[in-house]
Design a binder for this molecule. Structure first.
Ligand SMILES: [Zn+2]
Length: 266
């Protein structure tokens, strides 16, 4: 992959990341996602284009509104930066450039959009401890297109079967946890999200992904308790762990699995 493609993918990621921040904000506060001009949430001053350059504006303004000096949430540059990184990773993953074909561009756009939806879910769940259904539906549509293309482009029906099994298995597992804990350990949004992730990853990557999510969730949860930022009873959103683990598994799952199996065989 050339530096040029990485730059284009990264820039696209920055722009879409900036749009995702608007989506997350307006899903909560209302307003049209496309047509409303951006305003400072504190002083409601309309923002100029120079206030809206992804990542750069945040640092130029030193994290404060130009008009009222209220602090700007770190979510803005973080989501923009994360989306840029994801865009580059997806471009790598679909081997864009080495094969600049319609197929590669299509796969890129599909996985890029899916990553964007997942990042919006992650950011929203971190802020509000809930996953909006509209984001799950958007993700669901993209996953179905992804599976249809996979079957159409030569995979046949067997990967679809594996995906269905992985999706149903993962969501049944989370449904069990949700039922047993009466929604205290997992929200119902996590049950629906697990279905999407299983469908996307299939077997055995969904297993790698779930293992990583519980492992990272436990490490972060225990660290927060040790730092006295959270108590054992406090709510920690799980979707961020599910999503970051699923993305890691999507990009490096096969590698992790090979490494783990080699470890077992020694
Ligand atoms: Zn302001």
């Amino acid at each position: 992959m050339t530096v040029f493609t990485a730059l284009i993918a990264g820039t696209l990621g920055l722009i879409v990341g900036s749009f995702l921040n608007v989506v997350v904000h307006r899903l909560e506060h209302g307003g049209s996602i496309l047509w409303d001009r951006s305003k400072c949430p504190f002083c409601t001053h309309q923002l100029a284009w120079t206030d809206l350059i992804p990542v750069i504006s945040f640092f130029m303004l030193r994290g404060r509104c130009r008009y009222c000096s209220s602090p700007i949430s770190l979510q803005y540059p973080l989501v923009e930066g994360a989306m840029a990184l994801l865009a580059v990773l997806v471009a790598f993953h679909v081997e864009l450039v080495s094969t600049l074909s319609f197929g590669a561009i299509g796969s890129f756009l599909l996985l890029f959009s899916l990553s964007a939806v997942f990042l919006a879910i992650l950011a929203y769940d971190l802020r509000h401890f809930i996953i909006p259904d509209v984001l799950l539906v958007a993700g669901g549509i993209l996953v179905v297109i992804f599976l249809a293309l996979k079957a159409f482009l030569g995979g046949g029906i067997s990967p679809i079967f594996s995906s269905l099994l992985a999706g149903l298995g993962a969501s049944a597992f989370f449904w069990g946890i949700w039922r047993v804990s009466h929604g205290r350990w997992m929200g119902f949004g996590d049950v629906k999200l697990a279905l999407l992730l299983g469908l996307l990853l299939g077997f055995p990557l969904i297993v790698v992904s779930l293992f990583l999510s519980f492992f990272s969730g436990a490490v972060v949860g225990l660290s927060l308790i040790a730092l006295k930022k959270k108590s054992l009873a406090s709510e920690v959103p799980f979707a961020p762990f599910l999503i970051s683990s699923a993305l890691v598994s999507l990009f490096w799952g096969e590698l992790l699995l090979d490494w783990y199996l080699a470890l077992l065989l020694i």
